[in-house]
Write a protein that binds this ligand. Sequence first.
Ligand code: PLP
Length: 355
Amino acid sequence: AKSSEASKSFTPPTADKPIRICWNENPLGMSPKAQEVARATVTLGNRYPMGDMVTLQKMLADEHGVPADHVLLTAGATEGIRAAVEALASPDVQLVVPELTFDAAEAGAKVNGITKITRIPMLKDWGIDLAAMKKAVADYNGPSLVYVVNPNNPTGAIVKAGDIEAWINSKPANTMFLMDEAYAEFADDPNFRSVSPLLKAGAQNIVLLKTFSKLFAMAGMRVGWVVSTPEVIGKIRDKTASNMLNFPAVKAAIASLEDKPFITYSRQSNETARKILLEAFHKLNIEYVPSNTNFIFQKLDVPLKDYQEHMKQAGILVGRAFPPADEYCRVSLGTPEEMTFVAQTLLDFRKKGWV
Ligand code: PLP
């Protein structure tokens, strides 16, 4: 189950072809079966993809154990987040977000007239302060949208299943939980759990946001999905462009769900890559936030700008600044071969005092 890109032998990066570990992409390339079917579907470019969209929607609904009307396909999770915020916006709604998280919910709030944005500072270990979020909801006299990315981006940290589930199950009045589980499949902390079973059990206060961009390596194809109640799904659908995705992407998503060996390979490759980078961190006494994702939030003893520049000269593109974590760099995980190169680069940097 090797993808074509990963099975190519490793060649050191160049300025033109750097190791791209700056955007949390999956380096493996799409499942070979997905690539094949996407190519073949180009010949159907004149047709609308409704039939296959219904198939994909049903397959995803089955995975979550819910009826098909609980699922909406979107152009990546980004569209799901934007449309959900737009659908649930009102003049008095408050968006509660951790200070350091994926920015799509806040961006959506800003363009939808939500003026009350409550940013909750991070815990000392860069975890999400659920207790403070809960207090912000309880203290607010109006509806709240709570955005929780779990595991979180850019930190890679999880919120404990027991904590988030207890809060959701307590059904705080007028509160909708936007649960972004873009990276859930990479989590290996036993305290992590998806909220999917809560939806299956009938929860009314969850919008679950998912994507084909990460585990399935389909970031460029733009397919995501939303799971919620039919009523909320209907409201969110009204904010999308008729829920119409491109045909090759839909076919590729179906093939990806069916390609179980690729799913296993994708997860294992990420785990191996993570291990290689962590070994280098341990050797060099570099601190980091425990990662449950396809990236690691690494602590720096040098300015981020210098680190980025030295890495770039070595052919490696690392993450941008994530204030207020000014002493950290987000390093996405490439292939194991790429991470071996990155690990060697780090050892060389230490000799020069660059890390
Ligand atoms: N949610 C989180 C937490 C992300 O980090 C990202 C992208 O990096 C997305 C959603 C967007 O994913 P998509 O490519 O599906 O729009």
